[in-house]
Write a new protein. Structure first.
Length: 222
């Protein structure tokens, strides 16, 4: 599913965010990406989302080198990836339903399909009763569930999450992790970046550890 070979990303002169990173994540895996602040976790996720390009090496997803995609191929690839942010990034002036269905509108899907898909994913995260609420009317945990629904509404093959529980208390963090485990059980490949070692231990999945842009450890799946 995901493979990097001698991957490097530099900013400025010789400032490595990632260096000589080679790793592999199989299709259908749930993997944690951890390490201290500045380790390179977010940089790797941005490379996988094609928000940035590598300075050296290769990023392969499903056997395709992301650096070689055309503009149209890049857009098609992004439609197969869901992304969950730490700070939710919901549109404050739009309802929960509108925030989630926005993805389908951008992709030009039929209105009825947009509505059906949006309701289904909101029901899956337990928020079908808050369709008309605005983000500010929801708790932090509910907003994160909306963000997860938005990431899943296009039925992606890969879901990336950058510190998705960083603004939540421990109980809500476990609730969100259960949603990621559920989506993984349906066959979705999941990569979650987090520094919360207790949460990683509780969930019990393979762990990739970065430090100063280098791969310093890989713990096998329990």
């Amino acid at each position: 599913m995901i493979e990097t070979q001698s991957l490097a990303k530099t900013y400025g002169r010789g400032m490595y965010a990632l260096k000589e990173l080679s790793l592999k994540i199989d299709k259908g895996e749930f993997v944690f990406l951890t390490g201290p602040s500045g380790a390179g976790k977010s940089t790797l996720l941005r490379l996988l989302l094609l928000e940035e390009r590598p300075s050296e090496g290769e990023v392969m997803v499903n056997g395709r080198n992301l650096s070689h995609l055309t503009r149209d191929e890049t857009q098609a690839y992004r439609r197969t990836v869901g992304f969950v942010f730490q700070d939710f990034k919901l549109i404050p002036t739009k309802t929960i339903f509108e925030n989630v269905s926005f993805v389908g509108r951008v992709l030009g899907k039929p209105i009825e399909q947009q509505r059906q898909n949006t309701y289904q994913v909101l029901k899956w995260v337990g928020l079908q009763h808050r369709l008309n609420a605005l983000p500010e009317e929801l708790s932090g945990g509910e907003q994160q569930r909306v963000a997860i629904a938005r990431a899943l509404v296009n039925d992606p093959h890969l879901v990336l999450a950058d510190e998705p529980t960083g603004n939540l208390d421990p109980d809500l963090s476990l609730e969100i992790m259960n949603l990621f485990r559920d989506m993984n059980s349906r066959g979705t490949t999941v990569l979650v970046a987090t520094h919360d070692r207790e949460l990683i231990k509780w969930v019990g999945r393979r762990v990739i550890t970065l430090d100063q842009g280098l791969l310093v450890g890989q713990e096998p799946r329990p």
